[in-house]
Design a protein around this ligand. Structure first.
Ligand SMILES: [Zn+2]
Length: 202
């Protein structure tokens, strides 16, 4: 399994293409620079088999519908965030966006996405339907965990108390993972457990 990172969209969202020899899933595609992902997929001769959202914020899902329609695949997202993805155009920042209409529920009992083994951790806080996804030795943390920081909990769909519980859940993980977040640089879970100011306190 390989991971290609793109930094795309108006507020520099990390989009990830997770791929093997011939198929891929696309995580968090934003509205603009869609063709960058498309070009990579075509150049590498990959068949997209799913679009996956770490949460329903507009900057993570604006390109999802276009991709899903083009490749005729499902959009996977936690059901608690479907309403956000479906009303992405009403984002606070009034940035250009497209609604996305998820078709598969990305809950903790999901263990496979079209042939890719996955572990889903429901980590509400930044939004009610935020998830962290583990594929191989990599964790895709969305806007829950960043390098030395965590996601905002002052937004309409945030819940600071649930965020604390979700961060405690991440702190308790014994296995180590490379962490790819929704924004900013990648990090390592054990390093964040020790040095992230928000996790250190727990
Ligand atoms: Zn977000």
């Amino acid at each position: 399994m390989k991971v290609k990172q793109f930094i795309l969209g108006g507020i520099e969202t990390n989009t990830y293409v997770v791929y093997d020899d011939d198929k891929c899933i696309v995580i968090d595609p934003p509205f603009d620079n869609f063709d960058t992902v498309e070009r990579f997929v075509d150049q590498m001769n990959l068949q997209p088999v799913a679009v996956v959202l770490t949460h329903g914020h507009f900057d993570h899902c604006g390109g999802a519908q276009k991709l899903a329609s083009k490749y005729n695949v499902d959009i996977w997202a936690h059901p608690n965030d479907w309403h956000l993805a479906q009303s992405a155009e009403f984002n606070l920042w009034r940035m250009p966006c497209n609604n996305a209409y998820p078709t598969k529920q990305l809950t903790e009992d999901v263990t496979q996405i079209q042939g890719f083994d996955v572990q889903v951790l429901h980590t509400p806080g930044h939004t009610e339907g935020s998830v962290c996804l583990i594929l191989g030795d990599v964790m895709f943390a969305g806007d829950t965990l960043f390098c030395r920081s965590v996601g905002r909990t002052d937004l309409a769909d945030s819940d600071p108390q649930k965020m604390v519980q979700s961060l405690a859940k991440l702190k308790a993980i014994k296995q180590d993972y490379v962490v790819y977040s929704g924004h900013g640089v990648s990090t390592v879970l054990s390093d964040e457990q020790k040095n992230n100011p928000y996790l250190k306190l727990l």
